[in-house]
Design a binder for this molecule. Structure first.
Ligand code: BES
Ligand code: MG
Ligand code: ZN
Length: 471
């Protein structure tokens, strides 16, 4: 898609955008008959076929609705009219729109082209598709186009990897992909195999990986800016390629969803791609402890006591609580070896968070008031919402073990997402600005491009917005 500030005389395709207010102001001067079919309500589309061409009247809803709704409308429009839209110079009319609204609309058009497996066959990816908009300078349009493509590349990469079936996302395939994008974006790529992890003492991560038929791949990707005094973000993403539960085997009914247990990692991956594509003036260190959680003769067992990277011992009482094991080492490895201003981990961590919030928001835990507020605000504006839950010390009692420093589950049937967060807190090495985002309920769910649950892209816009606007 090219955005162009130019008026040509005749267009065969027009996108006419209206809020309800704007429609009631202008409809009188337009074709009166259309008013019988179109009111400007959110997601409403009226197609007016004329001799000169085809006009799509697109309803944006109330004028004062949040800006992210522009993106939602565009996503749905892009998905719904995929087959009908042509790759021709197209006029987009919406004089009343401010730049941010227009930007969100463009992002939505591109994000809406995603389907699995992703092929850029949508008319919007055809170079012949030009979108002509008169109300912004070419310079602003170039900026919007650059940002929108970066976001779309970031989010579709996230969705594509999450959507892949288990047999197509083995550690090696994913590793090769990460190596390739590291080359492409000039990232520093490091990956520790099982032998190296043993040397380093990444015992909590290895306890999960020891049952795998695939080698360990504790992977670190670093994006560095040349800008001086830039902020540094540490991001850890849970990367369980498939979670069978291990010896504490899961019930088979919903087990196929466990291909989505790398949703934290794919969110982090998306943010990294966004930052690298736009060459944002920040540093990002990402840690992805990659493994599956498999059953085998080598698998870890309930009652095992293992020593984590930071020296703490953990009694494993449930091998299905594997996410907190690998994140424990991910967090303490990052905190011990890198100096970061902000430390955030994202994980499809607990069924408990799903039962609490469903798909309405992620569960957030943080030791820093400012970061907490910023994340809530960023979540609200990107429509990737978070809600804060407590980290009170009373919960610490629930993870005290008789035979180790900690146990990996509380054995009580309540508040496991809080227990898990409390567990992770023991591995941040006193980092003053840490947040844990449990995204189990929001990473994989109902989407407009698939019949079954699929990757939502949750976390990519949230993190991208946070990183881009953090001072
Ligand atoms: N990956 C799951 C959590 C999950 C559940 C993600 C539903 C997405 C949707 C995690 O590893 C897990 O199995 N958690 C257990 C922990 C329990 C054994 C304490 C859970 O929540 O049931
Ligand atoms: Mg599990
Ligand atoms: Zn899991």
């Amino acid at each position: 898609m090219k955005l162009i500030n130019k008026k040509i005389k005749s267009y065969t395709q027009i996108f006419h955008l209206f809020t309800e207010e704007e429609w009631s102001r202008t409809s009188k001067n337009l074709n009166k008959n259309i008013a019988a079919f179109f009111t400007g309500k959110k997601h409403e589309v009226f197609i007016n076929v004329q001799d000169e061409g085809i006009a799509y009247f697109i309803g944006l809803g109330k004028a004062d609705s949040p800006v992210f709704e522009m993106q939602q409308v565009a996503v749905k429009f892009s998905q719904t009219y995929k087959e009908k839209l042509s790759a021709v110079p197209t006029l987009i009319v919406g004089d009343f729109m401010v730049e941010k609204q227009f930007e969100e609309f463009i992002k939505g058009l591109l994000l809406g082209t995603y389907n699995y497996p992703f092929e850029k066959t949508h008319a919007f990816w055809n170079p012949k598709f030009e979108l002509h908009f008169e109300n912004l300078s070419q310079k602003r349009l170039d900026m919007i186009s650059h940002k929108s493509e970066a976001l779309s590349n970031a989010q579709t990469a996230c969705q594509e990897w999450l959507n892949k079936p288990a047999n197509l996302k083995k550690p090696e395939t994913f590793g090769t992909y990460l190596k390739n994008i590291s080359k492409k974006y000039n990232l520093k790529y490091t990956s520790f195999n099982r032998k190296k992890c043993e040397e380093l003492g990444l015992g909590a991560y290895l306890s999960v990986n020891q049952g795998s038929s695939y080698d360990a791949a504790f992977t670190i990707l670093e994006y560095k800016t040349t800008v001086k005094n830039a902020k540094t973000f540490g991001l850890v993403g849970k990367c369980v390629l498939f979670d069978t539960g291990g010896i504490s085997l899961k019930n088979p009914d919903n087990m196929h969803y466990m291909k989505s247990d790398m949703g934290g990692a794919t969110a982090v991956l998306g943010a990294l791609i966004y930052a690298a594509e736009l060459q944002l003036p920040v540093n990002i260190i990402t840690v992805l402890p990659i493994t599956d959680n498999a059953i085998s003769e080598n698998a870890f067992l309930p009652s095992d006591v293992i020593t984590a990277y930071n020296g703490k011992t953990i009694e494993v009482l449930n091998t299905d609580a594997e996410g907190r094991m690998i994140l424990a080492d991910g967090l303490s490895y990052l905190a011990k070896n890198y100096k970061t201003d902000i430390l955030i981990d994202l994980a499809t961590l607990t069924g408990s968070s799903v039962r609490m919030f469903g798909d309405t928001c992620g569960a957030m835990f943080s030791n820093n008031e400012e970061l907490k507020n910023l994340l809530i605000k960023t979540g609200d504006s990107t429509n990737q919402r978070l809600w804060n839950l407590p980290l009170w010390d009373i919960w610490k009692d629930d993870i005290r073990s008789d035979v180790a420093d900690l146990k990996n589950i509380s054995m009580k049937p309540i508040g496991d997402c809080i227990v898990a967060a409390k567990f992770l807190e023991q591995f941040i090495e006193n980092h003053p600005r840490w947040a844990h985002l449990d995204i189990a309920g929001v990473a994989f769910g109902n989407v407009g491009y698939a019949k079954e649950k699929a990757a939502t892209g949750f976390g990519v816009q949230l993190l991208s917005d946070l990183i881009e606007n953090y001072h």
